[in-house]
Design a protein around this ligand. Structure first.
Ligand SMILES: Cc1ncc(COP(=O)(O)O)c(C=O)c1O
Length: 414
């Protein structure tokens, strides 16, 4: 395999090999609409742009490339706040025994709601963006928030979480160790864990988080319909624990069960836990060990989320693992676009789908894979830029100083 890529052709668009039943149950349209109804009450909420890159699409020989730019989400520089805020909303309704009511954002952030909830504490592990989103939501509700990060988390990411008043604990080990420590401390202290990853017996809140992400696709579908597009033909989505990917794949599988887009799930070669779980072939989650040392900090996860994995296993088509230089090149392409295409500020985890598409179309990855994907002028490709420059120093190192360069043989030729 060239440039450290690895891929598995799993369902390959064969609808009869897929099983959207769980996706239909988990991601009914009503649930995305409920999330959207909640999100649109948040002050300053607006749809993030669905950015078209027509000149890049022309260069790569595809019909269209559309990037949902979550760097512009609620001044948070990442999509993650959509999941954490919706899960807190659902959790508060549950704690108050008011599940069947619509509680307004004004009520949630009121003194009255604060007092009704009493002294409660929210907590979670994070590799950065989820923790920041949760801290933001807790600050609005005026409840304490405890966030656990692993020891390789950058100071910039820690400061961004503390900025919203959360207390940050640094755990030695990797992201998965931070997840375990947060769950253990929460149990001891009676805190509410609002984790974006699931484990046996802890599934409801991660499911709400994935449902909260559905707001993003509902926005995108509105934007597509404004362009006269019914749905994308291809969806490239990045995976850490797999929650975002399951939300995207689940949303489209539930909406178009008979004719879903082709789903391509991308992970770093240094943290390919979803890929390895598919590769094992037994339908179960498998962990990847080690320090998960990738520049894609948001994807540096060793344990897949079981509730997310089930959706991906049953519906996604291609699983890919790609080296860090692919994400870095994606950042540079988005940050230094072709003349006439808009500029998109994208971080390491945000840019990897575009870097992967570019590598595929320029035959850096096996041409047989490009063929299997049927990438041509009829292809309308959707992806999410899940973060902006969430680590500004690293962003400059990559864009300005050329860190993580493209290997010589794959660079732009005459
Ligand atoms: C920027 C960014 N993109 C993508 C992801 C992947 O999300 P998930 O862990 O749900 O797969 C994350 C997770 O933290 C992230 O921060």
């Amino acid at each position: 395999m060239k440039n450290n890529f690895k891929y598995i052709i799993h369902n390959n668009g064969d609808v009869s090999a897929k099983n959207p039943a769980k996706a239909i149950e988990m991601f009914p349209l009503s649930c995305g609409r409920d999330a959207r109804k909640f999100h649109r009450q948040i002050p300053d909420y607006h749809m993030t742009p669905l950015v078209a890159l027509p000149n890049l699409a022309h260069l790569l020989g595809v019909g269209g490339i559309y990037v949902k730019n979550e760097a512009e989400r609620l001044h948070m520089n990442s999509f993650k706040v959509m999941g954490g805020s919706y899960a807190i909303y659902r959790l508060v309704k549950q704690i108050l025994g008011r599940e069947n009511e619509d509680l307004s954002f004004d009520y949630l952030t009121s003194r009255e709601c604060h007092e009704a909830l009493g002294n409660i504490v929210f907590c979670s592990a994070t590799d950065g963006n989820h923790g920041r989103g949760l801290a933001w939501a807790c600050q609005k509700l005026d409840h304490p928030c405890k966030i656990y990060v692993h020891s390789e988390t950058s100071q910039a990411r820690i400061r961004a979480i503390e900025h919203f008043g959360a207390e940050v604990t640094v755990v030695s080990g990797n992201y998965d160790d931070a997840v375990r420590q947060a769950a253990e401390d929460a149990k001891k202290n009676g805190w509410y864990v609002v984790s974006d990853t699931s484990w046996p017996g802890y599934e409801q809140i991660p499911t709400w988080i994935m449902q909260g992400y559905n707001s993003i696709m509902l926005e995108a579908q509105e934007q597509f319909s404004g362009m006269g597009i019914v749905k994308p033909t291809h969806v490239f989505v990045q995976a850490g624990v797999g929650a975002l990917a399951a939300s995207v794949v689940g949303f489209y599988s539930a909406l178009f069960p008979n004719d879903p887009p082709l789903f391509i799930v991308v992970e770093p070669t240094k943290a390919p836990c979803v890929y390895e779980s598919i590769a094992a072939g037994d339908g179960k989650c498998h962990s990847v060990k080690g320090d998960l040392d990738t520049i894609m900090a948001g994807l540096a996860c060793g344990d897949p989320s079981p509730v997310a994995f089930e959706i991906l296993r049953d519906n996604a088509d291609i699983f890919l693992q790609v080296p860090d230089n692919v994400a870095a090149r994606g950042m540079r392409i988005l940050g230094c676009p072709l003349h006439g295409d808009p500029l998109v500020i994208s971080g390491e985890s945000g840019a990897v789908p575009l870097g992967t598409l570019f590598a595929l179309c320029t035959d850096e990855i096996d041409p047989a894979l490009k063929e299997a994907l049927h990438l041509d002028m009829d292809s309308l490709i959707f992806m999410i830029n899940t973060e902006g420059n969430t680590d500004p120093t690293e962003f400059r190192r990559i864009l300005w100083d050329g860190k993580n360069p493209t290997p010589e043989r794959y660079r732009v030729k005459e």
